[in-house]
Design a protein around this ligand. Structure first.
Ligand code: ADP
Ligand code: 5GP
Length: 222
């Protein structure tokens, strides 16, 4: 075997994917993100920075990096955000460095972000993105889920419901659209999407060398 052949990427090698999950608030993003990462613990969750105050049970550095507006704006000015947007009056953004490190390692990153963040990442890194939009089975069920979560005040829930229509209007910008009626069925669909997307030719830098090796074997037999 030549030196170059031994250092070539394996045919299975691939770049890390950027998996974008968006939906109106309450449709089930966080629940499905947790399930997907339990299924495949190698998936890295992109912990966003936000100026929103923590909800009960949320820990700094786990659900979000909780920052002041001044700290957040300094991160944006320093180019540390891959994308950022204002949602429900608070700033949210995805730190850039951990995403680039994960991609280089071939590790997938999962983003729970809104349509504005989805657009920005898609524009910057089209070939590495798979984007999925979750729809609720009905608006009444969306409201029921927001209330059943029991983490937001009436006023906050009304604000989130008011923004749902605008979020849903971006459904057609996504590669896949799932109706989150049944959690198990929706999780199964997400696994199928991920399994297929990981196999796409454009994501697998080792294939061309592998096929060259197969052709060399043909040559050797002639
Ligand atoms: P998001 O992250 O999109 O705001 P969550 O994942 O927090 O939404 O879900 C909101 C609430 O709805 C949670 O209490 C969750 O357990 C519930 N939920 C999510 N998906 C379903 C489903 N398919 N059927 C019933 N309840 C669901
Ligand atoms: P929540 O306050 O319920 O955690 O999130 C509110 C909304 O902000 C959700 O739609 C969520 O997807 C979105 N969001 C969370 N983090 C980010 C981020 O880093 N960037 C963008 N653009 N949206 C985010």
């Amino acid at each position: 075997m030549t030196a170059s052949a031994s250092t070539a990427p394996a045919p299975e090698a691939r770049r890390g994917l950027l998996i974008i999950l968006s939906s109106p608030s309450g449709a089930g993003k966080s629940t499905l993100a947790r399930r997907l990462m339990a299924w495949d613990p190698s998936i890295r969750f992109s912990v966003s920075a936000t100026t929103r105050p923590p909800r009960p049970g949320e820990q700094d550095g786990r659900e979000y990096h909780f920052r002041t507006r001044e700290q957040f704006e300094a991160m944006v000015a320093a180019g540390e955000m891959l994308e950022h947007a204002e949602v429900f009056g608070n700033l949210y953004g995805s730190p850039r460095a951990p995403v680039e490190e994960a991609m280089a390692r071939g590790q997938d990153t999962l983003f729970d972000i809104d349509w504005q963040g989805g657009q920005q990442i898609r524009q910057a890194m089209r070939d590495d993105v798979v984007s999925i939009f979750l729809l609720p089975p009905s608006i009444a069920e969306l409201e029921r889920r927001l209330r059943s979560r029991g983490q937001d005040s009436d006023a906050v829930i009304r604000g989130r419901m008011a923004k749902s229509e605008a979020e849903i209007s971006h459904w057609a910008e996504y590669d896949y659209v799932l109706v989150n009626r049944d959690l198990d069925a929706c999780e199964a669909d997400l696994r199928t999407i991920l399994t297929a997307e990981r196999l796409r030719r454009i994501r697998r830098p080792g294939l061309a060398d592998f096929v060259r090796q197969l052709n060399a074997e043909f040559e050797g037999r002639r």
